[in-house]
Design a protein around this ligand. Structure first.
Ligand SMILES: Nc1ncnc2c1ncn2[C@@H]1O[C@H](COP(=O)(O)OP(=O)(O)OP(=O)(O)O)[C@@H](O)[C@H]1O
Ligand SMILES: [Mg+2]
Length: 282
């Protein structure tokens, strides 16, 4: 069931003109509206991609359907999408929410950090994991994440390996956000390119020494159960799908499963094109 947006805080930067809201479950969410300029399908992409990332145990925000009541729209004239200097309010109803990992008025979350901090990230190995995921899903964007201080164990919840002391220590954690351009955004096809999914800082891949850093993730993807995709499909609000989308989705996901075998070739193409990102690859 959706959670209800109770307070509008502010609009955020970025092409889809997201908004930060407080919600009835006590959390805050970054909301992508159904009338966002990047298209309705990006909400579907976000939903499916989060279910995949969560199954693969790659840190990413929880997601929820966020119900925005008409009264909240009426009392917040900036809550909407700006086009030609006019703000177009969203329809009341169900939108996509990516959970803010902390209370934004109490703790900082950063879009970027300097390399000297980036390399201290508790989960630097998840950048290689995310690259395998992004190659698989043809994320036609560069990799984006947010950084905050936490225990990896808490971020991954049940998924954490509690015997690993790294997971129990508080430190900088990267959580993968913005999966709107997976499946090539609104196009729902898979045009591969070496730069897709790559994080802009080579330091994120500093610990990558070779295929062994990718193999566990590729292995998990090879064994990815179709049932996770089926469940994700059932969860998506029908209001986010046109009849054409309903028809197109099953074959999109079939193609996704079929292209798993290509991941090593796609990573190899990235390494060839961007060798400076993998200085320690042996
Ligand atoms: N779960 C989250 N927790 C904290 N911050 C978030 C979260 N999701 C998104 N953000 C913030 O909101 C901004 C916009 O989100 P996102 O990147 O998903 O949308 P976008 O409009 O496609 O952005 P861009 O065009 O910059 O890529 C991000 O740059 C980030 O600062
Ligand atoms: Mg973004």
């Amino acid at each position: 069931m959706p959670v209800t947006a109770t307070q509008w805080l502010r609009g955020l930067r970025g092409g889809s003109q997201t908004h930060l809201v407080a919600a009835s479950d006590g959390h805050h969410y970054v909301v992508k509206l159904t009338n966002n300029p990047q298209g309705l399908r990006t909400l579907v992409n976000e939903w499916i991609a989060q279910r995949i990332l969560a199954y693969l145990k790659i840190p990413c925000p929880e997601v929820e359907i966020i119900d925005i009541p008409q009264a909240l729209i009426d009392s917040n004239p900036k809550l909407g999408i700006e086009r030609s200097k006019t703000i177009h309010p969203p329809p009341a109803g169900w939108h996509f929410g990516s959970r803010f990992p902390v209370n934004p008025s109490l703790q900082a979350v950063h879009d970027i950090v300097p390399d000297i901090q980036l390399i201290t990230c508790r989960n630097l190995h998840h950048f290689a994991a995310a690259l395998a995921f992004d190659k698989w899903t043809a994320n036609a964007d560069s990799r984006q994440c947010v950084f905050f201080r936490a225990r990896l164990l808490d971020v991954l919840g049940e998924a954490g390996d509690s015997t690993d002391p790294e997971y129990a220590q508080r430190g900088l954690v990267a959580s993968m956000i913005d999966q709107g351009y997976c499946f090539n955004g609104i196009y729902w096809d898979f045009p591969d390119a070496p730069g897709y999914g790559l994080y802009y800082r080579p330091a994120a891949y500093r610990k990558v020494r070779g295929w062994s850093d990718f193999e566990p993730w590729i292995e998990r993807i090879q064994h990815f159960p179709e049932s996770v995709l089926d469940r994700a499909l059932r969860e998506i609000p029908r209001a986010w799908l046109t009849p054409q989308d309903e028809d197109a989705l099953p074959s999109l996901l079939e193609k996704l499963l079929r292209r798993r075998a290509k991941i090593p070739t796609l990573i190899e193409a990235t390494r060839e094109r961007y060798p400076d990102h993998f200085p320690n690859w042996r």
